[in-house]
Design a binder for this molecule. Sequence first.
Ligand SMILES: [Fe+2]
Length: 178
Amino acid sequence: MSKTKAKTKQAAASAPAATSPNIDIGITTGDRKKIAEGLSRFLADSYTLYLKTHNFHWNVTGPMFNSLHTMFETQYTEQWTALDEIAERIRALGYNAPGSYGEFVRLSSIQEESGADGVPGWQGMVKQLVSGNEAVCRTARKVLKTADDAGDDPSVDLLTQRLQTHEKYAWMLRSLLE
Ligand SMILES: [Fe+2]
């Protein structure tokens, strides 16, 4: 396969499939596609962080067990609900939402953490969750800019809410290490 062909194939693989190519909600097709691509990356980051938080809820040990077990549960439960909102926003823009582990690994900027093979100590877990929440914020900011430039207020609203939440989680988790 030529380099160009390989690149085209890779680009096609990262673009969500349009399911309603003729919809007209006042956002150009090009902008809807760009926002859907950004939201797909944001969904992948959010899902990976959700899973990591749940993993650490299960596997945390040590003197901080009780408070961290509870704190992680509060966060992953809230994150789980938000995943649905993000995926359904992609659908409302006329694109398919990624929904498999393979897609999430490919699209996410956050590295997975295995559970059964061993996990870090509680401080390592908290550090990873600070980084994960910060990574989600960086992705959200990029997509928010794209959505704002296109006049896509519902996506801007959703991303603003997620930013507030993840910046708060990052602060709370960071405070445990100070
Ligand atoms: Fe539980």
